[in-house]
Design a protein around this ligand. Structure first.
Ligand code: PHE
Length: 339
């Protein structure tokens, strides 16, 4: 009997539990009304008198060990729930939040949106995976039109009608199909062209294209709008319009802004001329208006389109366009902006 009690004492001393339920089961097993200790006390009555002393001491030892174990386990459980409880330690000082930075493309895009929204343009968006109609045909580029080669296109292999949009002019077509003039909208977004990747060009980049359609819109309105835009964005008001060709505008022009030649990046970006080609523009071809169910006798309009990436390179003096898509945090964290 003594040996049995000793065994129990050892068992009690080695016992551990992590949950309230396990501790309570342990308590009932030893200290409960019908527990083991009770059994031993009952048995105690029949122990011969000369053994009573030793036997009694052992039972008391077991009782003490069990009682102590229960309170010890309860205490450690309580202190644990205190610091890792549902809400953790509410008195701990907070952790500082890491401040992110906006991507230079987003910074410039937001600046452009901001400038045009001040003169009444809204923002429209469309899908990057486009169909032939919205990217080409509606824009006065029917099938087999040679000007389709101006923009090397990624087609979806299984369906020649589906492609990655080569410009966000496709969004303007969608906008004209769904809205009546007067229209004043800009369409920012990512576009894709099957071009060799170098420091100056990539196979995907970003554009903001603009469209203004109303009665009596003239080329003078276009020029004045662009003049306002370049002055606001670059702080430089010297621009020139060179005659150019786009199938969806007539007449068409290319817009250069005089940037100057102060840094090495300026040289690289302007090919040593100081002039930076920033966008294409023109008066919307009547065919395009008709394709989008707008009466070309009643309405006229202008459109323009620019690449954001090159402008971002110039404004932030970045020498390689590939840096913009490498996701290197050391590069990205250098840009802070409120816009
Ligand atoms: N869509 C042309 C491009 O991506 C840019 C452009 C837009 C030109 C509108 C004229 C008018 O190159």
């Amino acid at each position: 009997m003594i040996d049995k009690i000793k065994e129990h004492i050892a068992e009690v001393e080695n016992f551990t539990a992590e949950s309230k339920e396990a501790i309570e089961a342990f308590r009932i097993k030893y200290l409960g009304k019908k527990g083991l200790l009770n059994d031993f006390f009952v048995a105690f009555k029949n122990v011969p008198n000369d053994q009573k002393k030793v036997f009694g001491q052992s039972i008391n030892q077991l009782k003490l060990a069990a009682t102590e174990k229960v309170s010890e386990l309860k205490e450690s459980l309580e202190s644990k729930t205190e610091d890792t409880g549902k809400y953790g330690d509410l008195t701990r000082p907070g952790e500082a939040m890491a401040l992110g930075a906006r991507h230079p493309i987003s910074i410039v895009k937001n600046q452009i949106i901001d400038i045009f929204s001040r003169i009444g343009f809204n923002v429209s968006e469309g899908p990057e995976i486009e169909d032939d109609w919205h990217n080409f045909t509606a824009l006065n580029l029917p099938e087999y039109h040679p000007a389709r080669d101006m923009q090397d296109t990624f087609f979806i292999q299984t369906d020649p009608d589906i492609l990655l949009r080569t410009h966000t002019s496709s969004v303007q077509v969608r906008y004209m199909e769904n809205n009546k003039p007067p229209i004043r909208t800009i369409s920012p977004g990512r576009v894709y062209r099957n071009e060799a990747i170098s420091a100056r060009s990539h196979c995907f980049f970003h554009q903001v294209e603009g469209l203004y359609i109303d009665k009596d819109v003239s080329f003078a309105d276009l020029k004045q709008t662009l003049q306002f835009f370049t002055t606001e964005l670059f702080g430089k008001s010297k621009i020139r319009l060179r005659p150019s060709y786009f199938p969806f505008t007539e007449p068409s022009a290319e817009v250069d802004v005089y940037w100057g030649l102060e840094t090495e990046t300026d040289y690289k970006m302007t090919k040593g001329t100081g002039w930076l080609e920033i966008m294409g523009c023109g008066m919307v071809d009547p065919n395009v208006l008709e394709n989008c169910n707008i009466d070309s006798k009643e309405y006229s309009g202008f459109a323009f389109g620019m690449g954001i990436d090159r402008i971002a390179l110039l404004l932030h003096q970045i020498s390689d366009i590939r840096l913009l898509s490498e996701n290197d945090v050391r590069f990205l964290e250098q840009f802070k902006s409120t816009l």
